[in-house]
Design a protein around this ligand. Structure first.
Ligand SMILES: [Zn+2]
Length: 375
């Protein structure tokens, strides 16, 4: 299902996943039929429904504020933020990369929960200014929104990576050990253990043993959130191992040096036949009028149906140099990979002093990851 953009804040698009509407409806329903009728004295169902809808809107606006706080701190550290998305388990800010320093990560992770606590404080202050009662509609609503924000802040501070608390935990480990990799691995595994514990508690509640979890509905919810957190922690661990493996290489280490240079008028058949089976990473530089015109890799040759091989000149099957970007031999391979993936490139020439010295293929990078058991 695709997300829907509902607006933007500080230039950051705010998106909503369709499943979120179900959560919004459920929250409003529970408030209108259960929570508010039992706390507000003498209100009509219409008042309950209006108040419930307003409360849900305020609550989800608070979630957006929480994510916005993360996003603005990230931006202050020059880390681009792609979007803020509301989905079934709350909100998430798509912050494009990790912080470069532990203190930056610490502040980025703390910003969200601090914002939630600030909103909770503002609600309690408003409730107090209105007289501090517990049966007037506006007061009940402010109490509920305040309590939800308090819970939101506290829940996110649980040390389960990749939740905020887990990130705080990682940044502290990173500060102490000085190793981003070790801190990430410990935080990731702590997150997984935490998720398993949540699922175990949920399962116990489902079969009737209540330990902290209130009822079967709570048990099912614990299992669902546990599953989600487990997946997220596993992904984070994989990402850590991926970055660690790629961190050992630079573009110069993985490039095919000086691939053969051929003329653009040669047929794909003449270049591929016999050679492609022997070397699946086969790659040519294509020259036209003495200048580099493009790159012809195994992938491009395979795109041409075999019966057409002899009729297709290399220049027509190649990736033209205008569409290629270049790397330099010292560039970290992780950066190269991100660039290639975002531009949809399979090959990238490696250039020193304006001279092409080799070519990197995405296949080769994936090969390294496969060897490390990551893919
Ligand atoms: Zn957060």
């Amino acid at each position: 299902m695709r997300t829907i953009q509902v607006g933007s804040l500080f230039g950051i698009p705010v998106l909503v996943h369709p499943a979120w509407f179900a959560l919004f409806a459920l929250t409003t329903l529970i408030l209108a039929t259960d929570v508010y009728p039992s706390t507000i004295e003498g209100g009509s169902p219409a008042v309950h429904i209006a108040l419930a809808a307003a409360s849900s809107v305020l609550f989800f606006a608070s979630i957006i504020l929480h994510e916005l706080a993360h996003s603005l701190v990230a931006r202050a550290y020059r880390i681009p933020v792609r979007s803020i998305t509301l989905f079934l388990f709350g909100g998430v800010a798509q912050i494009t990369r990790d912080a470069a320093r532990p203190t930056a990560e610490l502040l980025m992770s703390l910003a969200g929960p601090l914002m939630s606590f600030a909103v909770a404080g503002a609600c309690i202050a408003g409730w107090w200014a209105l007289g501090g009662g517990s049966s007037e509609p506006q007061q009940v609503m402010l109490l509920w929104v305040g309590a939800m924000n308090g819970l939101l802040g506290a829940f996110n501070l649980l040390p389960a990576f990749p939740m905020d608390g887990g990130r705080v935990f990682r940044s502290l480990l990173w500060l102490i050990t000085g190793s981003y990799y070790r801190a990430s691995m410990v935080a990731g595994w702590t997150g997984r253990l935490f998720a398993w514990a949540m699922m175990a508690l949920g399962a116990l509640a489902l079969v009737g043993y209540d330990v902290w979890v209130i009822d079967r509905f709570g048990g099912a919810w614990f299992i669902l959130v546990g599953l989600f957190l487990e997946g997220a922690a596993r992904q984070a661990l994989l990402y850590t191992r991926l970055m660690e493996t790629l961190g050992r290489y630079r573009a110069g280490d993985l490039m095919v040096p000086d691939p053969p240079v051929v003329d653009g008028q040669m047929s794909v058949g003449a270049l591929a036949r016999g050679a492609l089976e022997l070397n699946p990473r086969l790659c040519y530089f294509i020259e036209e009028e003495g200048r580099l015109a493009g790159i012809l890799g195994a992938h491009q040759m395979q795109e041409v149906p075999e019966p057409l091989w002899d009729m297709t000149p290399a220049a027509r099957a190649m990736v033209p140099s205008a569409r290629l970007r270049a790397a330099n031999p010292g560039q970290p391979i992780a950066d190269v990979m991100v660039e290639m993936e975002s531009a949809g490139l399979m090959h990238m020439p490696v250039v020193t002093d304006g001279r092409v010295v080799g070519v990197i293929s995405l296949d080769r990078i994936f090969g390294v990851l496969r060897q490390a058991g990551i893919l």
